[in-house]
Design a protein around this ligand. Structure first.
Ligand code: NG6
Ligand code: CA
Length: 506
C-alpha cells in the first residue's frame, strides 16, 4: 500500500469511510491486457472446454465479466485506433489494416488514452503489438530515430512489435529505436518491390518450416514467409517462439519499476495472431495445434501480470481490463492445422461470424474488469465498447475532456465498475459494412463485398440488402427480420446515416 493510501485509510477510518462511488476521482493503476484475434468462445470462462485458461478465468472470477462488450472493429488497426483516440476509425481514411512500413496514423498532439492518463499523473507504457504506423508521412527511418510514435502520443515508454507478427520488419522497437540493430547491417523494408537475391516464400518454399495457405509468401524470416519484404538487420530479428516471453518480461518490469506510483500499462500481446508459434513449453498442450497452444500461452502471459501485481501487493488497487482487438479466425493465412484440429471448439462461441465479419463474432469479444477495491465480482450484460475507455477512464481519474476529444467515446464508467447494468444505448460496429446496435436490435447496412470469404472460411456478414436481427433470444443472427420490421430497419438505417454525417456521437 502506498503511504498516501495508508494515511487515507487511517483518516477515513476515523470519519466512517464508505466505499466511494464512480463520481469521485480515483487513481488506481490501470493494466490493459489486450489479446489479438482472441474470440468470444476461446477462453474457458466464456465456455471453451478443450482449452483451459485458468488465469483469465481467475480474472473473471475475481472481477466483472461482460457478455456484450465490443472491440470497435473486426480488425486490428481500426480497433486500436478507436481505443486510443476515442474516435470510430471509420470516420478517418487510412485506418484499415496497415502495412508494416506505414506512417503513424494518430496525429501527435491529439488527446489519447495515454496522454489523458499521463495528464492525470500516470506513468504510461505500451508493450507489444502496435500496428498504428510509425514515423512521418512516407514511413519511418528504421535505421535512425523512429518517430513520431507512441512517445509522441502520451506514452512515456514503448516496446513494440511495429505491426503484426506476419508483417515485416520482424524486429522490436524500443522508444525510438530498433532493439539490437547492428549499424553495419542496416535494415531495409519494402512493401513494393522485393529485394533481389533475398529468398521469398513464393520462390523458395523449400526453405519454409511453416507454409502460407494464402498470402504471406514474401520475405522469409526464421523459416516463415511474411507479408512485406525486408533485408539486413539480422542481429535484431525477433524469434517467434520467444515473443510472448520477451514482451511479458518487459511488461512485468514496467510494473515493478513503477510500483510506487500510478501507472498505465497497455500490454498488447502478439498471441493469438498468426503466425502461431508457441514457445516449446506450450507446444502440444491443447491437442488443438498451434492455435490452441497460443491461447494457453496468452493465458500464461496474463497470469504473469497478475502474479506481478500480487507479488508487489498492487492487485487490490489495480484496475485490470482484459480483452481482444477483434473476433477469432481459424485459417488466417498459414497452414498451421488450426482448421484440422479445431474439433468441436467454437472460437466465437454462440456468435455468428468472426474476425472481418459484421456479425457479432467480429467485434463482440471476451472482456473483463477486475479491481478488488471497487468492483464487485459478477457478470454484466451492459453494452459497451473499447472506444469508451477514453471518456470512462477520464471520468474515473477526474480528467475533463475537451469538446473535440474522443468524439465517440461515451462515459460508461458506472457499467464498467458494475454500478449500473446498462452501458451504451447504441453502438456502431465496424467491419466491411457498418452495423448499428440499439439494445438487442442489430441492423447491418447493405454491403458491397462478398458474403463469404473462401480463403479465411469466414462469413463477412455482408448482404446486398440491409439485415435486421433481434439478439435477445438467439445470438446467432440467423433470422433476418427486416421484412417484418420495415419501419425499424429504416429508422436504424437513417440513424446510421446520421451518425456518419455527424463528426461526433457522444
Ligand atoms: C490480412 C492478413 C492476415 C492478417 C490480417 C490483419 C493476408 C492474406 N491476410 O490481410 O493474415 O495479418 O491482415 O490482422 O495477408 S489484424 O488482426 O492485424 O487485423
Ligand atoms: Ca487482430
Amino acid at each position: 500500500m502506498r503511504i498516501t493510501d495508508l494515511l487515507a485509510v487511517v483518516l477515513l477510518g476515523t470519519i466512517g469511510w464508505t466505499p466511494s462511488t464512480a463520481a469521485e476521482p480515483a487513481r488506481p493503476n490501470i493494466v490493459l491486457i489486450y489479446a489479438d484475434d482472441l474470440g468470444y468462445g476461446d477462453v474457458s470462462c466464456y465456455g471453451a472446454t478443450r482449452v483451459r485458461t485458468p488465469n483469465i478465468d481467475r480474472l473473471a472470477r475475481e472481477g466483472l465479466r461482460f457478455t456484450d462488450a465490443h472491440a470497435a472493429a473486426a480488425t486490428c488497426t481500426p480497433s486500436r485506433y478507436a481505443m486510443l483516440t476515442g474516435e470510430y476509425a471509420w470516420r478517418k481514411k487510412g485506418t484499415g489494416v496497415l502495412p508494416g512500413n506505414a506512417a503513424l496514423i494518430i496525429e501527435p498532439g491529439r488527446v489519447t488514452l495515454a496522454s489523458m492518463l499521463r495528464e492525470a499523473g500516470y506513468r504510461t507504457a505500451v508493450v507489444g503489438k502496435w500496428h498504428l504506423g510509425l514515423g512521418p508521412q512516407g514511413g519511418p527511418n528504421w535505421n535512425g530515430d523512429i518517430k513520431p510514435g507512441p512517445l509522441e502520443l502520451g506514452f512515456h515508454s514503448c516496446f513494440l512489435l511495429p505491426a503484426t507478427g506476419d508483417r515485416t520488419p520482424c524486429v522490436y522497437v524500443e522508444d525510438h529505436h530498433i532493439v539490437g540493430l547492428d549499424p553495419s547491417d542496416p535494415i531495409e523494408v519494402s512493401y513494393g518491390k522485393p529485394f533481389t537475391n533475398e529468398p521469398t516464400g513464393k520462390a523458395n518454399p523449400e526453405l519454409l518450416t511453416m507454409h502460407p495457405s494464402h498470402g504471406h509468401d514474401q520475405t522469409i524470416v526464421a523459416g516463415i514467409s511474411r507479408i512485406g519484404y525486408m533485408r539486413g538487420g539480422k542481429a535484431a530479428l525477433w524469434k517467434d517462439e520467444d515473443v510472448a516471453d520477451v514482451i511479458t518480461r518487459k511488461a512485468v518490469a514496467f510494473i515493478e519499476q513503477n510500483k510506487d506510483r500510478p501507472f498505465f500499462l497497455y500490454f498488447a500481446t502478439h498471441d493469438i495472431h498468426v503466425p502461431r508459434v508457441p514457445h516449446p513449453r506450450f507446444a502440444g498442450k491443447t491437442g488443438m495445434g498451434p492455435r490452441g497452444d497460443v491461447i494457453v500461452e496468452f493465458d500464461w502471459s496474463a497470469g504473469e501480470i497478475l502474479k506481478a501485481l500480487d507479488r508487489h501487493k498492487l492487485a487490490k488497487n489495480t484496475l485490470v481490463i482484459l480483452s481482444s482487438d477483434n473476433g477469432p479466425v481459424v485459417d488466417d493465412g498459414y497452414k498451421d492445422q488450426a482448421k484440422e484440429k479445431l474439433g468441436d471448439h467454437r472460437p466465437a462461441g454462440p456468435l455468428r461470424g468472426g474476425k472481418y465479419s459484421a456479425f457479432e463474432g467480429g467485434t463482440r469479444v471476451p472482456f473483463m474488469v477486475r479491481w478488488p477495491a471497487r468492483v464487485k465480482p459478477g457478470v454484466s450484460d451492459a453494452l459497451l465498447c473499447q472506444v469508451d475507455f477514453l471518456a470512462s477512464l477520464a471520468a474515473l481519474t477526474g480528467q475533463k475532456l475537451d469538446a473535440e476529444a474522443g468524439p465517440d467515446s461515451v462515459n460508461i464508467l458506472p457499467a464498467l465498475l458494475g454500478q449500473s447494468a446498462t452501458g451504451r444505448d447504441h453502438l456502431v460496429e465496424q467491419a466491411g459494412a457498418l452495423a448499428l446496435r440499439e439494445g438487442a436490435w442489430k441492423f447491418i447496412e447493405p454491403g458491397k463485398g462478398a458474403r463469404y470469404n473462401k480463403l479465411t472460411d469466414t462469413e463477412t456478414g455482408q448482404e446486398p440488402q440491409g439485415q435486421l436481427y433481434q439478439l435477445g433470444a438467439s445470438l446467432a443472427e440467423t433470422n433476418n427480420v427486416s421484412a417484418e420490421n420495415v419501419d425499424r430497419a429504416q429508422a436504424m438505417a437513417a440513424r446510421l446515416k446520421e451518425l456518419r454525417a455527424n463528426p461526433k456521437s457522444r
